[in-house]
Design a protein around this ligand. Structure first.
Ligand SMILES: Cc1cc2nc3c(=O)[nH]c(=O)nc-3n(C[C@H](O)[C@H](O)[C@H](O)COP(=O)(O)OP(=O)(O)OC[C@H]3O[C@@H](n4cnc5c(N)ncnc54)[C@H](O)[C@@H]3O)c2cc1C
Length: 498
């Protein structure tokens, strides 16, 4: 008889686990608390505008390149045009502007024009990007570490060999630390913001530019929700079942074996194997009452690891923005207080590169700022929460008006999302956008791998961004795949992908 796998969460990790479970002959049912698939990989419609809440770049978008086969197996990239940018973003303080070209040669020339005195540092950075051009991050996910034999390790070692020195050098240095080495005051500020948070390991940024330059980190046309829905379609066509509006309250355990789940509606479902592909903390400490942990797990979730929460203000604007650069981070001269936190940088992005997201001649414009979760949590549920959201919109709109004069009168719709929106919508701890943030402190967790089982609990697995530090779509999907590989191996079955 087919074993029945119950999967908690219909985000990218849960959907991927579901597809590979079906391909490998398991019965698979996903329980998703929302009425849509995708989790954080989502978008929402307002008055004819589609506000995208996720993808800036998709690793694996380029045919034949690392992670592409994963998306192909999941039916996500077939017949989907991919949009590529030659510049990742621009960063300006109003006087100087850094154009972050994806091509390292172009970037090097441009940076040297801004600051010839920093030529040697600039060369080191651009050489780093060049070094990662053939870097295959997907090699880390082809097989779960625990299933790798000596041949796999040898092959893996040979693949990684050329990168050991660059990795040792750049994975342990943050963008902010590197930025502080520049002589040029503007580059000192701009470099720190280049990869969205200054704690980002420089290696991550180099690999990102390398993948963008290789056309392997594009934007899938029609955006994030359509991307997730393509995987949902594949899962359903493979014979998978999804139960929407089904929020799991408890994982049921008998004799230290996971045997089923109970929903908040009190419905109970039995299964042979349970995979949790949703928030790690809720799974371990609420659904399982913290009974299956050890020191390492308790330490991971004690709040000391960095996380990333954000606010997104999305605007539907009756004006064509296509002549503006698609993404600009503005560096302010003075702190501006946004939701209790002094901020000096504001990111503005428009989506005119994908005409499916707004009516003809109109534009979706999004403002992205980092946000402090406790601030929003303290006021949640009271009138001041709504007032504060509007106040933040007003402050940011004031800046927008100075950068894009006249925009105020062209705005047709405004939508505000706080860390509480992300938490409510996806259940992620503190509204985290990527599980534990990838920094030089969490990088070793990514390289060594986080266990996908819990001590003492049988027939249970974890998948998704909380077991893949730094999250992201390819790593979440790969972790769903890896869990099914482990299950197949423990059932003595070969793992197949078609
Ligand atoms: C603004 C933003 C930008 C991003 N940009 C990029 C990018 O450019 N490229 C990239 O690769 N990644 C990006 N990411 C990260 C990426 O979206 C995530 O890492 C990834 O989608 C996580 O997938 P997941 O399946 O592990 O988790 P989730 O997406 O969180 O899915 C978990 C699912 O479980 C459901 N769930 C939770 N609790 C329960 C319960 N009790 N019962 C039933 N269901 C439950 C949730 O509703 C959700 O659907 C971005 C994320 C954000 C927010």
């Amino acid at each position: 008889m087919q074993k029945h796998i119950l999967i908690i969460g219909g985000g990218i990790a849960g959907l991927a686990a579901g597809c590979y479970a079906r391909i490998n002959g398991y019965r698979a049912t996903i329980f998703e608390m929302h009425h849509l698939p995708g989790g954080l990989c989502t978008a929402w419609e307002r008055k004819g505008y589609t506000f995208d809440g996720c993808i800036h770049y998709l690793f694996g978008s380029g045919e034949g390149q690392p992670f592409y086969d994963l998306w192909q197996e999941l039916g996500a990239v077939q017949n989907r045009p991919i949009i590529y940018h030659s510049e990742y973003q621009r960063i300006t303080d109003g006087r100087d502007t850094l154009i972050v070209y994806c091509d390292p040669n172009q970037l090097e020339d441009h940076l040297c024009e801004i600051s010839p005195r920093d030529a040697s540092l600039i060369k080191q950075f651009c050489d780093g990007v060049r070094q990662f051009i053939r870097f295959d991050l997907s090699a880390l996910y082809r097989k779960p570490r625990q299933l790798m034999n000596s041949t796999d390790w040898r092959e893996f070692g040979l693949k990684m060999m050329p990168y050991l020195i660059p990795m040792a050098k750049w994975a342990t240095l943050s963008a902010g630390e590197f930025a502080s080495r520049f002589h040029h005051p503007f580059l000192r500020r701009a470099f720190a913001q280049m990869f969205s948070w200054e704690e980002a390991p420089l290696m991550m940024g180099m690999a990102l530019l390398a993948y963008m330059n290789n056309r392997n980190a594009g934007f899938p046309s029609s955006g994030s929700l359509a991307f997730a829905q393509a995987i949902e379609k594949r899962f359903l066509e493979l014979g998978g079942e999804i139960s929407y509006q089904s929020q799991v309250e408890k994982i049921l355990v008998e004799n230290n074996r996971a045997v089923g789940i109970r929903l908040y509606s009190d419905e109970v479902y039995s299964g042979d194997i349970i995979i949790s592909a949703c928030d790690g903390r809720t799974t371990i400490f609420d659904m399982l009452d913290g009974k299956y942990t050890n020191r390492q797990i308790r330490r991971m979730y004690d709040g000391h690891l960095p996380m990333h929460s954000m606010m997104q203000i999305s605007l539907g604007v009756k004006r064509d923005f296509s002549n503006f650069p698609h993404w600009v981070t503005y560096l302010l001269d003075h702190d501006v207080l946004i939701a209790g936190e002094p901020r000096r940088e504001i990111g503005v992005k428009h989506y005119c590169f994908d005409p499916t997201l707004a009516p003809a001649g109109k534009s979706v414009v999004e403002i992205i700022v980092r946000a402090h979760y406790p601030y929003w949590q303290h006021i949640y549920g009271r009138r001041v929460y709504d007032e504060e959201q509007h106040q933040v919109s007003d402050i940011l709109s004031h800046y927008l008006e100075t950068w894009y004069p006249g925009i105020d009168s062209d705005v047709e719709v405004i939508d505000e999302a706080t860390p509480l929106s992300y938490e409510r919508y996806t259940g992620n701890w503190q509204g985290s956008t990527c599980g534990f943030l990838l920094t030089k402190e969490t990088m070793p967790m990514l390289i060594n791998g986080v266990p996908k089982t819990l001590p003492g609990l049988k027939n249970f697995y974890l998948a998704g961004q909380w077991v893949e530090p730094g999250g992201s779509l390819p790593l979440s999907a790969a972790s769903g795949k890896n869990v099914i590989q482990i299950i197949c191996a423990s059932d003595g079955k070969p793992f197949i992908t078609q």
